[in-house]
Design a protein around this ligand. Structure first.
Ligand SMILES: C[S@@+](CC[C@H](N)C(=O)[O-])C[C@H]1O[C@@H](n2cnc3c(N)ncnc32)[C@H](O)[C@@H]1O
Length: 313
């Protein structure tokens, strides 16, 4: 832990002697003013990103303000200006992210005047031009979404989690998010056909065959790219939080212990809470003072007293 903390500190120009001294007694990382590890930085993200070192963050995960949403709560960007605004941020994020890191963007386009807006799709295309690889689109299915009806559609019950990287090879720990095989095994494997028992080579000759019986003796399987997570209503002081389980899932999948995770729109601090639970370092940026305070409260509640007891805002 000490060595790893020191390594992380070096990246951020933090005095490692300070870490040793603290670590010997309390295993703390003390962050001095202007240093960013395990802090919530209360500012417009555009003022902060240029201060962060290149290749220093292993995972960026965030849910930015969506275009034209919650105008009365925080400043939002109009949909027709969104791509331009966001591209200047992603340009910096690309510099800050390690070469084997990932950027997960939780976003959902609004419906406007009877059709879905295309700004998220346009953003993906522009980010690809900026040099990002669009590796995957995960769906966050909001399990507890209450029903609703509009004349031409139904209530939104899912959001996008877009996965971007800088390179085709990136850190990914699929075993960390395996799920119990559960009832599926009993139902699906009760009556195995002869084809199931041998490798069922793909009829398209793609080379992707399956041998269902391989899964018989396993108690865990890989998940799909649909995450079934309930929204959390317990966080009454911020209207647009994601559940801790959402950043946690990606943090487990895409980082190792002691890695650094950046959330440039951290709101109530959910990503920081996930990091504390999973022993990762965090950097959070939030423009609204009251949300910074909320994040600070949540972090302090979450922190074990022997860890991260010094968090300056
Ligand atoms: C969708 S919310 C994020 C919620 C967060 N995931 C959580 O669980 O609490 C977006 C946040 O971005 C903040 N924000 C908006 N514009 C910002 C900017 N330019 N710089 C930093 N934060 C900003 C908003 O105040 C809001 O709290």
């Amino acid at each position: 832990m000490l060595e790893a903390n020191k390594k992380a500190a070096v990246k951020f120009g933090i005095d490692t002697d300070l870490i040793e001294e603290k670590t010997n007694t309390q295993r703390n990382i003390e962050v001095t003013t202007g240093k960013f590890l395990n802090q919530i930085l209360c500012s417009d993200v555009k003022n902060i990103l240029s201060l962060l070192p290149s290749n220093s963050v292993n995972l960026i995960i965030t849910s930015p303000p969506y275009a034209d949403k919650r105008k009365n709560v925080y400043n939002t960007i109009p949909a027709n200006k969104y791509v331009e605004w966001f591209l200047s941020i992603t340009n910096e994020l690309k510099r800050i992210l390690t070469n084997d890191g990932s950027f997960v963007l939780n976003i959902k386009e609004k419906a406007d005047n009877g059709e879905r807006h295309t700004y998220v799709l346009e953003l993906i295309l522009e980010m690809r031009k900026q040099g990002w690889l669009w590796v995957e689109e995960y769906i966050w299915h909001k399990k507890n979404c209450y029903p609703g009806k509009w004349p031409n559609r139904f209530r939104d019950a899912w959001e996008r989690c877009l996965h971007f990287t800088k390179n085709r090879k990136f850190k990914m720990y699929q075993e960390a998010v395996m799920i119990p095989v559960g009832d599926w095994v009993e139902d699906r494997l009760k009556n195995l056909s002869e084809t199931d028992k041998i490798r069922d080579n793909s009829k398209t000759k793609s080379g992707f065959g399956k041998n269902i019986s391989n899964w018989l003796k396993r108690d865990k399987v890989y998940p799909t790219n649909v995450l079934h997570l309930a929204t959390e209503c317990s966080n009454k002081n911020h209207s647009a939080t994601f559940p801790v389980a959402l950043p946690s899932w990606f943090i487990k999948l895409l980082t190792e212990e002691n890695d650094v995770v950046l959330d440039p729109f951290i709101g109530s601090g959910t990503t920081a809470v996930a990091c504390l639970r999973l022993n990762r370092n965090f950097i959070g940026v939030e423009i609204k003072k009251e949300y910074c305070e909320l994040a600070k409260e949540r972090i302090q509640k979450e922190s074990r007293t022997d860890l991260f007891s010094v968090i300056k805002l």
